[in-house]
Write a protein that binds this ligand. Structure first.
Ligand code: FCB
Length: 430
């Protein structure tokens, strides 16, 4: 048995569009995910887990799990449809936060988990600098409403996905395929974070999904790292975009969208860095690139060999240790929180694969802590099976099963396992 440090936070995470449903209720405006496709099986987020109506039941599950914190996201188009404050939307989150506090669960609110109001996309979305200012306005509204009760704030969830999958591969909304737009969007997302972070009360963080890149050729790894990680690590954590990033992308963009003072704005003080980790990527010279690594046109990207989850993602816990130690080394003094980690497996109840995945990754967190990393907490992805973006409902990440016909929630074995680990703050032997 291995013990977690005193005060380590045990959490569960979700995101608004993936669970709420009720897309046309109480004044909510459409987001870029409403009507976006193709999505597996023609699925949509219209009903999802119907959490908007069933949040009380879901609060009960959180309480029964005994988690210390719940990470949820606020839907921008629900609270600020067409730029106007919607009381009913704010009230929903206010009730949710009160419900958490009544149960002794600390709320951790993410402001942007990918559901950009569609009307902002029609004006250019993240490629338009104004969207960063609109985001700051939205952040101020939510902070004013919930700031007295929410101690932990995350501005953006995985801006890499918004920029690189939303504007590079087109797999995510808004579905663009334009390498220059990837970097324009990334910069405006960074700027949005910087503008908003200053307005938030409490502990402020941003959640990244750093790429853990492996391969025998150091130059290839460095290049992919500058593009995939440097674009966020640089301005957010060091206060400058890396020169290498400019060099590798000079044929795609002149970066003229970066204005004087932007990087100082982006480099706002952070109380913690949120880290989402799922798998590793292998990079090598001699390929034809990939749309989610613009600027790496002659590199090859592949998955590491080994067992995979239902997403086809290689199960590689050591990548998490490696990442946490790298971040600790390069950004000393910045507390780290695992804001997402988990796995898709199809089994409705006896999900040994998920237990094995969580066991391996929690062990990897302990390895990092024992080697000196300052890791403060861990949020399992996810509380519930939910709308897995382009994969729809086919990929199940929940520790609680959702029957989408009846909306019945059933605990999987992993939920009981996680409850026991969290209660004892110890990792059982495998
Ligand atoms: C992350 C997302 C989260 C979920 C998991 C599987 O990239 O933040 O919403 O889709 O992957």
């Amino acid at each position: 048995m291995r013990r977690f440090p005193e005060g380590f936070v045990w959490g569960a995470a979700t995101a608004a569009y993936q669970i709420e449903g009720a897309v046309a209720e109480d004044g909510r405006a459409p987001s870029i995910w409403d009507g976006f496709g193709p999505i597996a099986n023609g699925d949509t987020g219209e009903t999802a887990c119907d959490h908007y109506h069933r949040y009380r039941e879901d609060l009960g599950h959180l309480a029964d799990l005994g988690v210390g914190s719940y990470r949820f996201s606020v839907s921008w188009p629900r609270v600020l449809p067409y730029g106007k404050v919607e009381r009913r939307g704010l009230d929903f989150y206010s009730r949710l936060v009160d419900g958490l506090l009544e149960r002794g669960i600390e709320p951790a609110a993410t402001l942007y988990h990918w559901d950009l109001p569609r009307e902002l996309e029609e004006r250019g979305g993240w490629t338009d600098r104004d969207t960063a200012h609109r985001f700051a306005e939205y952040a101020a509204v939510v902070a004013e409403e919930l700031g007295d009760r929410v101690p932990t704030w995350i501005t953006l969830n995985e801006p890499w996905c918004s920029a690189f999958l939303g504007h590079g591969t087109g797999e995510h909304a808004p579905g663009r395929r334009d390498p220059e737009a990837v970097f324009t969007a990334a910069h405006h997302l960074n700027l949005a974070h910087g503008l908003a972070a200053r307005l938030l009360p409490g502990r402020r963080g941003v959640t990244l999904n750093p790429q853990v890149l492996r391969g025998p050729d150091a130059a290839a790894v460095r290049r992919a790292d500058a593009v995939g990680n440097g674009v966020f690590f640089g301005p957010l954590l060091s206060g400058a975009y890396p020169e290498e990033l400019f060099a590798h992308t000079a044929h795609l963009t002149d970066w003229s969208f970066v204005r004087d003072g932007d990087v100082e704005t982006i480099h706002a003080p952070l109380d913690f860095l949120g880290v989402n980790y799922y798998t590793t990527t292998v990079v090598a010279p001699g390929g034809t690139g990939r749309a989610d690594f613009p600027g790496c046109e002659d590199l090859a990207f592949s998955a590491e060999p080994g067992p995979v989850t239902d997403m086809g993602w290689t199960i590689e816990p050591s990548g998490l240790t490696e990442l946490l130690l790298r971040l600790s080394r390069e950004y000393p003094g910045l507390p780290l929180v695992i804001t997402e980690n988990g796995a898709a497996f199809p089994e409705p109840v006896r999900d040994e694969g998920r237990i094995g995945y969580l066991h391996g990754h929690l062990g990897a967190v302990l390895d990092a802590i024992e080697a000196g990393a300052d890791v403060r907490g861990y949020y399992v992805w996810s509380l519930l099976d939910n709308f897995e973006w382009a994969f729809g409902y086919g990929k199940r990440f929940g520790i609680i099963h959702v029957d989408y016909e009846t909306q019945r929630r059933t605990w999987k074995d992993s939920a009981r396992w996680y409850r026991d680990v969290a209660a004892s703050a110890t990792l059982p032997d495998a």
